[in-house]
Structures are given as structure tokens and as C-alpha cells.
Design a protein around this ligand. Structure first.
Ligand code: NAP
Length: 292
């Protein structure tokens, strides 16, 4: 069993970006600038957005964090996005999801200029991704998983990939990317969801499993064939008084029992999470280079 170390792979990608940015700076070119919007005080969202801003700082990107109160109006948020769309200094815009219930996420996502949509959620970028166009911004988590497979030279051609979860931000784009005629890709893909019957039998046929459903420890040892590649996207906070933070993080895979059967497996934490941030930074760099 080989660990797919997202922390290590992300570090290598971020180091390369850091060198590229430093080179741009020495030749007087603009460095990438990410504007990140946080609404409210959701603990997980605050943690995610802080690590994105910190990573920008670590690799020489500029960043601006805009924090609105939980009760901010839809109009005020949309006006801010419009300002950022027009701001020539800003290359990438991300709005940390989920948003409070009174703000429609779809409207917010569609308000971001596709050329600055570094999370890759805008319908124009999703469409470009489906068409396999190179200038698409690919949603950061699936893109991070593709980078992880590529950097670790995991074979995908002709493999049966089973994705569990069909969200617009993880499962569905993952199913498209793994079925593309490219590397990583060329898989035969099965996309499972909460209405899927016989999920255990389907998983047992998989060479590659991507678990992205948000149910801690869902994927058990008896659902995985020997030699499978297992990618655990799940991040669920579980109360844990023994931790200083008061919680521990659990993935969707019963790691301890599944790992011995796998050829490759991602840990949680330290697998897909850091790769998501690395992919976001790659998208932000691309947005900057495309515009300047
Ligand atoms: P989501 O929007 O809640 O979607 C969950 C998906 O799982 C849905 O398609 C749902 O099916 C399916 N599902 C639920 N129960 C199921 C079951 N018993 N069997 C099979 N499928 C089932 O979640 P998400 O945003 O994709 O996130 C999934 C997990 O990944 C969460 O733990 C989240 O925190 C984590 N995540 C991690 C990262 C990272 O950077 N590591 C990034 C994003 C998300 P239906 O469509 O039928 O409801």
C-alpha cells in the first residue's frame, strides 16, 4: 500500500508556483491577486478561507479577505462581486460556500466573471470543462485529485472508476474528468449517489474509488477489492474532547481497515484537502497569466 500524500504533493506544486511568481515579479510582471469573500462565522469556512489566504502569502500571491456579517444582503454581496469583477488588480475571486440560507448560491456563483472564477463553479467554466477545453477553470477539489493522480503517476487508462457522490463541486465534475480522453482519465466511470442500489457490489468492481459523500467511515473493507486506488474526499468534523480544537476530522473511508487492501490511498487529513488549495492556487496563477 502506498500513501497518496497530498501534503507533500501540494508542497511541491506550491514550490513551483512560488518560483514562477518570483520570476514574474523580478521581470516587473504582475503577481496573482486572489480576493476571497467570507460570509458569517461558520468555523469550518473560517478555517478553509484562512488557509487559502495564508497559502497566498506563503507563495508570494497577493490576497484580499472580505468578511461580511451573516445577515449581509444579497444586493450588497452582489455589488461587491461586481466591484471585484471590474477591479483590474484582482485576478481571482472566490466566495466561500456554504452561504447563509437567505442568499442564493447560484446567483452569487453566476455573478463572478468567468475569467476570475478560480473555484471553477460558473456554468461557463463547467461547460468548458465538459467540452475538455484547456482554458476552463476546473473546480478546485476535482482538479486537485487529478493533480494528485498525475504527480504520483497513478495509472487510470481503462480502469473502472466509481465515484460516490454527485455534487456539482466534487462528484459530478470528477466523473467527467476521469472519463476524459487524456491522462489522468480514460476511465470507465460509474457515478453513485444516495439512490444507488447495490453500492457495495459496484464498489467491489472498482479499480479506483472516489468517496465524496460526507458520511464518516462509509467505505468499508468489504466494499473494496484488493489493489484498488482509494481517494477520500470526505471532511466531517466530529466532536472530540481530547483535541484542543474540540473536534477531530473524519474522512468517508474506514482508513485503518481499507488501507491494507489498497495499492494507493489518501489519508484524511493530509490527502485531498491540501491538493484542493494547491489547485486553487494554480487556477489563480492561470487567471493572472491569462489576463496579464
Ligand atoms: P454534498 O453536496 O452533500 O453531496 C453529497 C453526495 O453524496 C450527494 O450526491 C448524495 O447523493 C451522496 N450521498 C449521500 N449519502 C449517500 C449514500 N448513503 N450513498 C451514496 N451516496 C450518498 O457533498 P459535497 O459538497 O460533494 O462534499 C462531500 C464531502 O467532501 C463532504 O464531507 C465535504 O466536507 C467534503 N469536501 C472536501 C473537500 C476537500 O477539499 N477535501 C472539498 C469539498 C468537499 P444525492 O445526490 O442523491 O443526495
Amino acid at each position: 500500500m502506498q500513501l497518496l500524500d497530498g501534503k507533500k504533493t501540494a508542497k511541491s506544486i506550491l514550490n513551483t508556483l512560488k518560483i514562477d511568481v518570483a520570476q514574474r515579479a523580478t521581470t516587473g510582471k504582475k503577481v496573482p491577486h486572489l480576493a476571497a469573500i467570507l460570509v458569517g462565522t461558520n468555523g469550518a469556512s473560517q478555517t478553509y478561507i484562512s488557509s487559502k489566504v495564508k497559502t497566498c502569502h506563503d507563495i508570494g500571491f497577493r490576497s484580499t479577505l472580505i468578511h461580511f456579517e451573516e445577515d449581509v444582503s444579497e444586493l450588497k454581496l452582489l455589488e461587491k462581486i461586481e466591484d471585484l469583477n471590474e477591479d483590474m488588480a484582482v485576478d481571482g475571486i472566490l466566495v466561500q460556500l456554504p452561504l447563509p440560507a437567505h442568499i442564493p448560491e447560484k446567483k452569487v456563483i453566476e455573478a463572478i466573471a468567468p475569467s476570475k472564477d478560480v473555484d471553477g463553479f460558473h456554468p461557463e467554466n463547467i461547460g468548458r470543462m465538459i467540452l475538455g477545453e484547456e482554458d476552463a477553470f476546473i473546480p478546485a477539489t476535482p482538479y486537485g485529485i487529478m493533480l494528485l493522480l498525475e504527480h504520483n503517476r497513478v495509472a487510470t487508462k481503462g480502469k473502472h472508476a466509481v465515484i460516490i457522490g454527485r455534487s456539482n463541486i466534487v462528484g459530478r465534475p470528477m466523473s467527467i474528468l476521469l472519463s476524459n480522453n487524456s491522462y489522468p482519465g480514460n476511465c470507465t466511470v460509474t457515478l453513485c449517489h444516495s439512490k444507488t442500489e447495490n453500492i457495495k457490489e459496484i464498489c467491489l468492481q472498482a479499480d479506483i474509488i472516489v468517496a465524496a459523500l460526507g458520511i464518516p467511515g462509509f467505505l468499508k473493507e468489504d466494499m473494496v477489492k484488493n489493489g484498488a486506488v482509494v481517494i477520500d474526499v470526505g471532511i466531517t468534523r466530529i466532536e472530540d474532547e481530547s483535541k484542543k480544537s474540540g473536534y477531530s476530522i473524519s474522512g468517508d473511508v474506514d482508513f485503518e481497515n481499507v488501507a491494507p487492501k489498497c495499492s494507493y490511498i489518501t489519508p484524511v487529513p493530509g490527502g485531498v484537502g491540501p491538493m484542493t488549495i494547491a489547485a486553487l492556487m494554480k487556477n489563480t496563477y492561470k487567471a493572472c497569466v491569462d489576463r496579464n
